[in-house]
Write a protein that binds this ligand. Structure first.
Ligand SMILES: C[S@@+](CC[C@H](N)C(=O)[O-])C[C@H]1O[C@@H](n2cnc3c(N)ncnc32)[C@H](O)[C@@H]1O
Length: 294
C-alpha cells in the first residue's frame, strides 16, 4: 500500500493494518471526543470510549517505532454534572497494554471569551497526553527553545552562592539545578504548558486545532525526513504542518468530505527540503536547568 505522504479515506483501525510495523516516528492526533460531535462524525458514548479506542491504540503501537512518541489531544467531558473518567480509564488501559504514560502537556486556549455556568468556570485548556513504547525516545528539545524572558534580568543579576553550584534536590528525586548556567543565555527550554489561540479560521471542520499545536510537537519529537501519522486527520492540519517542516505524513479520516478537504489543503505543498525546513540552531546545548543525574 502506498501510504507515505497520503491522506487515506477509511477507518484508521482497518487502514493501519496495511502499514508495516515500526514505520512511524510520531503519532499526533485529536480523536473524536466522547459523545461530542454527534451531528458531524458520530459520538462514542463516554462509557464505551476505552473499548472503542483500544483496538486502534494497538495498531498505533505496532506502527510506531520504539524511539517514537504518541501524543493524544483529548479532554474528558462533563456528564451529569461531573467530569467523566474515560480519559483516566484510557490512560490505565494504555499502560496495561505496554504504553508508558511519559508526560502530559496542557494547551491553554488563549483567546477564549468569558462565560457563566452554574457550577463551573469556562473550560480553557486541553490535555496532550504523551505515550511512549520505551523510556528512551527521540526528543529534540533545542528545537522548541524560547527567549529567556524578563525574569533573567533580575534573577540572574544577583546570584547567591548556592546559585553558582549544582544544587541537588533535597527530596532525593535525583534532580538538581545550577542557576548560573543560564547567565548569558538568550534561549531556555520551555515548560509543559502551551499558550495558543484556538483555530478561528473557517476550515470547514468543527474541531480543527491550530497549526502551532502540531508544529510544536513535530519539532520536538521528529527530525526532517521522519514520518508523522495523524489517524484522525480531520481537515489535515497535522499533515500540512508535517509537510511544511520537511517530514513525511500519513493522514487518515473516516469522512470522505474531510479527506477531500485535507487533500485540497495539501495540494501543491511540497515536502520542504531539509535545508529549507529548519535552520541549524546556533546556540549551545546547555545543561538543563533541572537535570536528572541517573
Ligand atoms: C477532532 S477531529 C480531528 C480534527 C483535526 N485535528 C483538524 O485539525 O482538523 C476527529 C476526526 O476523526 C475522524 N474519525 C472519527 N472516527 C474515525 C476513525 N475510526 N478512523 C479515522 N478517522 C475517524 C472524524 O471524521 C474527524 O474528522
Amino acid at each position: 500500500m502506498d501510504y507515505l505522504d497520503q491522506i487515506i479515506h477509511g477507518d484508521c483501525e482497518e487502514v493501519l493494518t496495511q502499514l508495516p510495523d515500526n514505520c512511524v516516528d510520531l503519532i499526533f492526533t485529536s480523536p473524536p471526543y466522547a459523545d461530542q460531535r454527534k451531528n458531524t462524525y458520530g459520538g462514542i458514548h463516554p462509557d464505551d470510549y476505552v473499548d472503542w479506542f483500544m483496538p486502534k491504540a494497538r495498531q498505533f503501537y505496532r506502527v510506531l517505532k520504539s524511539t517514537g512518541t504518541f501524543v493524544l489531544n483529548i479532554k474528558e467531558r462533563v456528564v451529569k454534572g461531573e467530569r467523566h473518567t474515560y480519559v483516566i480509564e484510557l490512560i490505565l488501559a494504555m499502560r496495561r497494554e505496554g504504553w508508558l504514560w511519559t508526560e502530559e502537556f496542557m494547551w491553554h486556549k488563549k483567546n477564549s471569551y468569558p462565560g457563566k455556568w452554574p457550577n463551573r468556570f469556562r473550560d480553557n485548556w486541553e490535555r496532550l497526553i504523551q505515550f511512549n513504547k520505551k523510556r528512551k525516545f527521540n526528543m529534540y528539545q533545542e528545537s522548541v527553545m524560547v527567549p529567556v524572558g524578563d525574569w533573567a534580568k533580575t534573577r540572574l543579576a544577583n546570584l547567591s552562592d548556592t546559585d553558582q553550584i549544582r544544587d541537588e534536590s533535597n527530596v532525593g528525586s535525583g534532580f538538581g539545578k545550577n542557576v548560573s548556567n543560564w547567565v548569558g543565555r538568550d534561549l531556555v527550554y520551555p515548560n509543559n504548558v502551551l499558550h495558543l489561540a484556538t483555530e478561528c479560521a473557517n476550515r470547514n471542520h468543527s474541531a480543527a486545532f491550530p497549526t502551532d499545536l502540531p508544529r510544536w510537537f513535530i519539532k520536538l519529537f521528529t527530525e526532517v525526513g521522519d514520518t508523522v501519522l495523524d489517524p484522525f486527520v480531520g481537515s489535515g492540519t497535522t499533515a500540512l504542518v508535517a509537510a511544511e517542516l520537511g517530514r513525511h505524513y500519513i493522514g487518515i479520516d473516516l469522512m470522505a468530505d474531510y479527506v477531500d478537504l485535507s487533500r485540497e489543503r495539501l495540494a501543491g505543498i511540497q515536502i520542504a527540503l531539509p535545508i529549507a525546513a529548519e535552520p541549524t540552531a546556533e546556540y549551545d546545548v546547555c545543561e538543563a536547568q533541572e537535570e536528572r543525574t541517573e
